[in-house]
Design a protein around this ligand. Structure first.
Ligand code: ZN
Length: 129
């Protein structure tokens, strides 16, 4: 069997979030409350990013996304589904939680943090590109 998709690779990691995050090269958390914005896993040849589901208030949602996107990727009540992808698939990853909306960090920074196994990193608006 050839493992190809990021979701397939993610499925091999422990399902318990705490146990899984202990193996992450980086766990990005929001500065104010410490919500997990993204877990970054590294193995030879790839960097995997997992972003847990996040909630967006109805007003913000209406102003920042399309009905088609909400139809496809939310539960209809403002919670957006989790995403798992290879770092190489995203030009610059975009992170969300209840306190941080649309925080983008440069791809190079993410790769650098992953390589040095930065562990828990708190992000604020100041880290945005
Ligand atoms: Zn937060």
């Amino acid at each position: 069997m050839t493992i190809t998709t990021a979701a397939d690779v993610f499925a091999l990691l422990p399902s318990d979030p705490k146990e899984r995050r202990a193996r992450a090269a980086v766990v990005y958390r929001c500065q104010s409350k410490g919500c997990v914005l993204a877990e970054v896993y590294q193995a030879p040849g790839f960097t995997l990013i997992h972003q847990p589901e996040y909630y967006v208030s109805p007003n913000l949602d209406a102003n920042t996304s399309t009905p088609a996107a909400r139809e496809k990727r939310t539960d209809g009540k403002g919670t957006w589904e989790a995403q798992t992808y290879y770092a190489s698939e995203a030009a610059n990853p975009v992170f969300y939680c209840r306190h941080v909306f649309h925080l983008t960090i440069p791809q190079e920074r993410l790769e650098r943090d992953a390589r040095r196994g930065a562990g828990v990193v708190r992000l604020s608006k100041d880290d945005a590109r």
